[in-house]
Design a protein around this ligand. Structure first.
Ligand code: SF4
Length: 374
């Protein structure tokens, strides 16, 4: 373990140039993923903007007084229809973590919708979207128990939960996870271990820039790698760079600089199990061009129709322009489903989901048809 930590430190802060490091990572990417740079055409469904926590960088959630609310069935359906009609495959359900555990107003709103829990309401919405449209639900509902995951698995091919950081310092007063009960790392690891028990493909990752020290960064990467070596449900790692947002506790915190971010990506690619996809969100980068040879093979969900409601100041790149850019880099922009080809089998998907997925993919596991939406 000490050896891994030393090697990570050497990559991040040692003498090797960023160019040399990224070349090494890019050659691993090429061996495993060839020329492909994938993305998931999606629509963003903000099922509820209420949450039991309030993290110091989050602008997605609102308290009941600020207008935090649930979408109703019709609103979800309208977004699903837009996705269906615009060549999307992913219905990304984004929501706060079990807001009814904190807010009476959340209980009341759920009751008006005919439910007693956010989980049950999410499952019903996933079911409706999955049954009605050629879309595959993928939800980020926060912590998940095994019985909850069993229900998600009935209506979706994968789910997500960011680990964000292993550091405990973020729970100190004035820090981003102060009093954030759902961000306790042991609970988040438990969720992903639950997913492995249920054989539910999971996307996870780090939120880079919410800690302060080099040691925390090295430990985050080391712990992430060690966890990925053990947990077979992890299909994808997102390396998300923190962006300072107005009106948040962290509005004046520094953002990660490109050179360090490139070194982090390359380091993770070098030590990560090779089959795991590595993603950076393109709308949070200063320029996608700088990252195309860093070791990433995926640009995550990009929506032709809905904005990134978690980072509303950062627009998705135009898909046609991105396509040209990636083509010019000698790589190929390729749409994918929210489940990766190496998880498309009956071990990881239930019978009905496997059938639905199989109907839309080629032998390589990627969608048969995709038209860049205008
Ligand atoms: S748990 Fe997630 S949704 Fe809730 S406040 Fe924190 S970042 Fe926002």
């Amino acid at each position: 373990m000490a050896e891994l930590s030393k090697n990570i430190e050497e990559c991040l802060f040692g003498d090797i140039s960023t160019k040399e490091l990224t070349e090494k990572a890019y050659s691993i990417k090429k061996q495993e993923f060839g020329s492909d740079i994938t993305f998931s055409p999606k629509v963003f469904i903000p099922l509820t903007t209420l949450c039991q926590d309030s993290c110091g960088y989050c602008t997605f959630v609102k308290s009941p007084k600020e207008g935090g609310t649930y979408l109703n069935f019709d609103e979800v359906d309208i977004i699903g229809k837009v996705g269906h009609e615009n060549s999307c495959y992913e219905a990304l359900f984004t929501l706060g973590d079990k807001p009814e555990e904190k807010w009476e107003e959340a209980k009341t709103q759920l009751k008006d919708l005919g439910f007693t829990s956010t989980h049950d309401y999410l499952v019903e919405n996933m079911k409706r979207v999955n049954d009605k449209y050629n879309l595959f639900p993928h939800a980020n509902p926060g912590l998940m128990t095994t019985s909850e995951i069993i229900e998600y698995k009935n209506h979706s091919p994968s789910g997500g939960l960011m680990l964000e950081t292993f550091s405990k310092n973020v729970f100190n007063p004035g820090k981003p996870h102060y009093k954030a009960k759902t961000k306790i790392i042991e609970k988040r690891l438990e969720t992903i271990n639950n997913a492995e028990k249920i054989k539910y493909p999971i996307t996870t990752g780090l939120l880079l820039g919410i800690t302060d020290t080099k040691d925390e960064l090295i430990q985050d990467i080391e712990n992430l790698i060690l966890f990925c070596l053990k947990n077979t449900a992890i299909q994808e790692i997102i390396l998300q760079n923190f962006r300072a947002k107005r009106n948040t506790l962290m509005k004046n915190n520094p953002e990660i600089v490109n050179d360090l971010f490139l070194r982090i990506i390359a380091t993770v690619r070098i030590f990560l199990p090779k089959h795991i996809s590595l993603q950076v969100p393109p709308n949070l980068l200063s320029s996608v061009d700088d990252f195309l040879f860093s070791g990433i093979n995926d640009l995550g969900g990009i929506s032709p129709k809905t904005i990134d409601l978690v980072n509303p100041d950062h627009l998705w790149p135009d898909l046609n322009e991105l396509n040209i850019k990636i083509d010019n880099s000698g790589q190929i922009l390729k749409p994918r489903l929210p489940v990766y080809p190496n998880f498309i089998n009956k071990e990881w998907l239930n019978e009905k989901m496997f059938e639905k997925v199989s109907n839309v993919i080629n032998e390589d596991g990627y969608p048969k048809k995709y038209e860049y939406a205008s």
